[in-house]
Ligand binder design. Structure first.
Ligand code: GLA
Length: 419
């Protein structure tokens, strides 16, 4: 991690806090793996969390998103046991809720499931993101042998930074490589989404998994969620004297719960009434008609998706033409739309965004699914500490929990780390 210190901030991350993947992390996970499972792993893979620069809730509406992979990552050490019982054995080095499920894991406790009959209830909540990948591979017709998996993650959980997708993607890449199934990354995204939708039970889109599997260092990922065409957009903030702060409000969220599901349903309702397959097909010109046809709540949600898709396109065009220093107003408009139209912000997120804007941020918005989690603020690097201090001061005045504030830059997508 580069410039946490610029923000006078520390991360919520675990033992490997913010560290670039180094020898220490590898020794820690392989040593712990051998201690728990009695032999060395076949390999170690990592997949990152993400922030979304812009394009929120557009993914399941077949629209546009612009996330980037974080340097915070989930690592998994994995060994296949082709001659052993057909069981998954999984353990985590994080006790404190490694997948952001709202429920803690027990550090180093092995949770087990029969691969012949994988059901979510068989394993601890965090391990459903592991078992779900194996289940989704089985659904595609792959024979999956018994295996042992140890997780070590420094993606802050429950912060809207996709700690759960990081686990899914690390496991998916590991199992794909070990079994030699050769599933292209774009397809692995769908395997992970299937695990999350149909095994864990969260009706999410492909934003998080695409960032984790397709992201590259120094770039944001411009993704068309319908065609799944992706373009790497250069995003070297430091070179321009800029920084992107993550402000974790520490208000936890969970997408299995009703709020997210209701939003998906509202968008489907809007699309059906407007006679389109997905809201992607509604352009700004149809908004007056949509307002006549839809109830006020559904209309506001539709308006967010329609305007947000346009803001993603405008952000990419602005990045291409003028660079990141010019995208602030689009970030601000995105936040206003999520607060006023989509209805997914909360007092803490609004306070974080408002305080950052008042302290001179070029732009700020909540990021991720909403109902808590994190905001991002694009700042001049020289102003990072002042903006962070100002947000902290506002949270103290309001009586909120102290936020975690740290700066991030685009890191690499999922990869094997022990080679
Ligand atoms: C969560 C989901 C994503 C996406 C975002 C909102 O992170 O997992 O699929 O819908 O919310 O943009």
């Amino acid at each position: 991690m580069t410039s946490e210190d610029d923000a006078g901030a520390s991360t919520t991350a675990g033992p490997a806090s913010g560290a670039a993947p180094g020898g220490g992390d590898l020794e820690r996970i392989t040593g712990a793996f051998a201690g728990l499972f009695g032999s060395a792993p076949d390999g170690v893979w990592a997949a990152p969390g993400r922030v979304n620069l812009i394009g929120e809730h557009t993914d399941y509406n077949e629209g546009f998103v612009l996330p980037f992979a974080l340097e915070h990552r989930a690592r998994v050490a994995v060994a296949l046991r082709p001659n052993g019982p057909a069981r998954l054995r999984a353990a985590s080095l994080q006790g404190a809720d490694p997948a952001g499920t709202g429920q803690a894991a027990t550090t180093g406790r092995i949770t087990e499931a029969d691969l012949g009959h994988l059901v979510p209830a068989a394993v601890e909540p965090w391990a459903r993101y592991v078992a779900g990948i194996i289940w989704a591979l089985q659904q595609r017709g792959h024979e999956v042998p018994g295996m042992d998996i140890l997780l070590d993650s420094d993606v802050p959980p429950g912060a809207g930074l996709s700690s759960s997708a990081a686990i899914e993607c690390a496991v998916a890449l590991a199992v794909d490589e070990l079994l030699g199934t050769g599933i292209p990354r774009g397809e692995l995204v769908l395997v992970c989404q299937r695990a999350e939708n149909d095994f864990v039970g969260a009706p999410t889109g492909i934003l998080d998994q695409s960032a984790a599997l397709l992201g590259t260092a120094g770039h944001a990922l411009f993704l068309d969620c319908r065609s799944r065409d992706a373009r790497q957009v250069p995003l070297d903030l430091a070179q321009l004297g800029l920084a992107l702060l993550v402000i974790d409000t520490r208000v936890a969220h969970a997408h299995e719960s009703g709020g997210y599901r209701d939003l998906v349903a509202a968008c489907r309702r809007g699309a059906a009434t407007l006679g389109v397959h997905a809201l992607r097909d509604v352009g700004p010109a149809r908004l007056p008609e949509a307002q006549r046809l839809l109830d006020p709540d559904t209309f506001r949600r539709v308006r967010h998706i329609v305007t947000e898709n346009q803001r993603v396109l405008d952000t990419v065009a602005t990045l291409d033409a003028d660079g990141p220093q010019a995208i602030g107003p689009l970030l601000n408009a995105s936040h206003a739309s999520m607060r006023d139209d989509f209805g997914i912000s909360c007092d803490e997120l609004d306070a974080a965004v408002d305080a950052a804007q008042r302290a001179g941020a070029l732009g700020a918005r909540m990021t991720g699914g909403g109902f808590g989690g994190s905001a991002i603020a694009l700042v001049a690097a020289a102003d990072a500490a002042t903006v962070a201090e100002s947000v902290r001061g506002r949270f103290a005045t309001e009586g909120y929990l102290a936020p975690e504030i740290f700066s991030v830059r685009p890191g690499p997508g999922a990869h094997r780390v022990d080679r």
